[in-house]
Design a protein around this ligand. Structure first.
Ligand code: ASP
Length: 431
């Protein structure tokens, strides 16, 4: 073996996406033995791994189908081990999910619904503290992560912007992350640079959730979007396999669509129409990743009308002007506006219209029109409401308390309104 035993084993665990516990179980050794093989050479407790184990692990990692089999057949331990990132209980990218694990997460989100709908309370995270670190603008993501943690009984410490953080004094991501890890039990981080949240995550062993890393990913948003699509489809009696999804707008810088299309690609036979203004098309590296799944049709167009015809889901996005680097485009032209007229013209009565929000409602912005506000096909507030149960499920899984929720439920002591929004129709609200 040319590399050291520790590097070899760590690499195998990373490629199989297995934690030490699961990896040890997979190769049929005791966790304690594995720990001694992973100790630095020369340390007193370090042991050489038996040759037969080395041969077995080499065979797995060098053979693509075995690699997949071992990675997949690990579908037994707790969910947080199966979705772990580099063996840690962190959520950095939707790439951590398989169709099975995402659906398991959604079963946990369903369990959270009575809490999210203010019928029940739970204290399973009592005593735990969340650090909400947002170095970029946020309303929904920051507040809903905070509310989700509180609704499980935890408390939240918030910090917003660079100006009031020590990063303005030149502090590194490593130092910030390590320091905060001594104060809190989980962190949600939003930062303007792609890859920065993974850097935070490398500097800590506590759960970290990517709340948006520049134009990179926004995994929790994509999870709540997919949860919304599945919930809406089940109300409408539709299946996601074979559906037609139109993603509209700034597909170049829109991190929500980057995460969402990869997550949707876990399903079968989808048709994606990608409708972007010239210069804001979906990056190739994402298209290639979706293409690797096989069986999906991807069509790209600059015409909204063409892209929307027959869609089951319209997912509109805001132009991310704050990320522009020399694009000669200010925003949408009028022919890019998703409004009632075009939805009526191109789609059926059971289309659902989504948007990660915020939508730019200023004059001339041509973002998703407010003229759909009374239209039941507009799912944007059902989508934001779903942020709570999905984010509660993420915390419960990462902190390992999902099995305690069911028996922890108590009735609420106050009376919430039957519909939380004045314009909510029956399936928007609490019924
Ligand atoms: N709120 C979403 C995000 O943070 C979408 C947006 O800002 O347009 O990516």
């Amino acid at each position: 073996m040319s590399v050291s035993q520790q590097v070899f084993l760590r690499d195998a665990m990373r490629r199989l996406n297995l934690t030490r516990d699961v990896f040890a179980a997979r190769i049929g050794v005791k966790r304690r033995a594995l720990d001694t093989w992973l100790l630095p050479e020369g340390s007193q407790e370090a042991r050489n791994m038996p040759e037969v184990v080395g041969r077995f692990v080499t065979e797995i990692v060098e053979n693509e189908s075995l690699l997949q089999k071992y990675a997949q057949s690990a579908q037994s331990g707790p969910l947080r081990q199966r979705i772990a990132a580099d063996g840690k209980h962190q959520l950095l990218s939707v790439d951590q999910f398989s169709r099975e694990s995402v659906e398991e997460l959604f079963r946990i989100a369903d369990l959270m619904q009575p809490i999210a709908r203010r019928q029940k309370v739970s204290r399973v995270l009592e005593g735990a503290v969340l650090g909400n670190l947002f170095f970029e603008a946020s309303t929904r993501t920051r507040v809903s992560f905070g509310a989700a943690f509180c609704r499980l009984g935890g408390s939240v410490c918030d910090t917003t912007g660079f100006t009031f953080s020590s990063m303005a004094k030149g502090e590194s991501i490593y130092d910030t992350s390590r320091v905060l890890s001594g104060y809190v039990d989980a962190m949600v981080i939003r930062h303007p640079d792609q890859g920065s949240v993974a850097e935070f995550a490398r500097a800590t062993n506590i759960p970290v959730v990517n709340g948006g890393d520049g134009p990179g990913e926004h995994p929790s948003q994509a999870l709540l979007d997919l949860y919304t699509i599945l919930t809406e489809f089940s109300r409408l009696g539709k299946l996601l396999d074979g559906a037609h999804i139109a993603l509209v707008g700034d597909l170049k810088y829109g991190r929500t669509v980057h995460s969402l299309i990869k997550l949707l690609a876990l399903y079968r036979g989808l048709k994606f129409t990608l409708v972007a203004p010239k210069g804001l098309e979906m990056p190739d590296y994402i298209l290639e990743q979706v293409g690797r799944h096989g069986g999906h049709v991807i069509e790209q167009t600059h015409s909204l009308e063409e892209g929307l015809v027959g869609a089951d889901v319209i997912y509109a996005t805001r132009v991310q002007k704050e990320r522009f680097s020399g694009e000669d485009l200010e925003g949408y032209s009028a022919d890019f506006q998703v409004n009632k007229a075009i939805v009526d013209q191109c789609c059926g009565p059971d289309v659902i219209v989504m948007h990660p929000l915020p939508r730019d409602s200023r004059e001339g912005a041509n973002d998703l029109s407010v003229d759909l506000n009374d239209d039941p096909r507009l799912a944007i507030f059902r989508q934001t409401d779903n942020g709570i149960p999905v984010r509660m499920a993420i915390f419960a899984v990462l902190l390992g308390v999902e099995g305690l929720v069911q028996h922890s439920l108590r009735d609420v002591t106050w009376s919430p309104p039957s519909h939380i929004g004045p314009d909510d129709s029956i399936f928007h609200g609490i019924d």
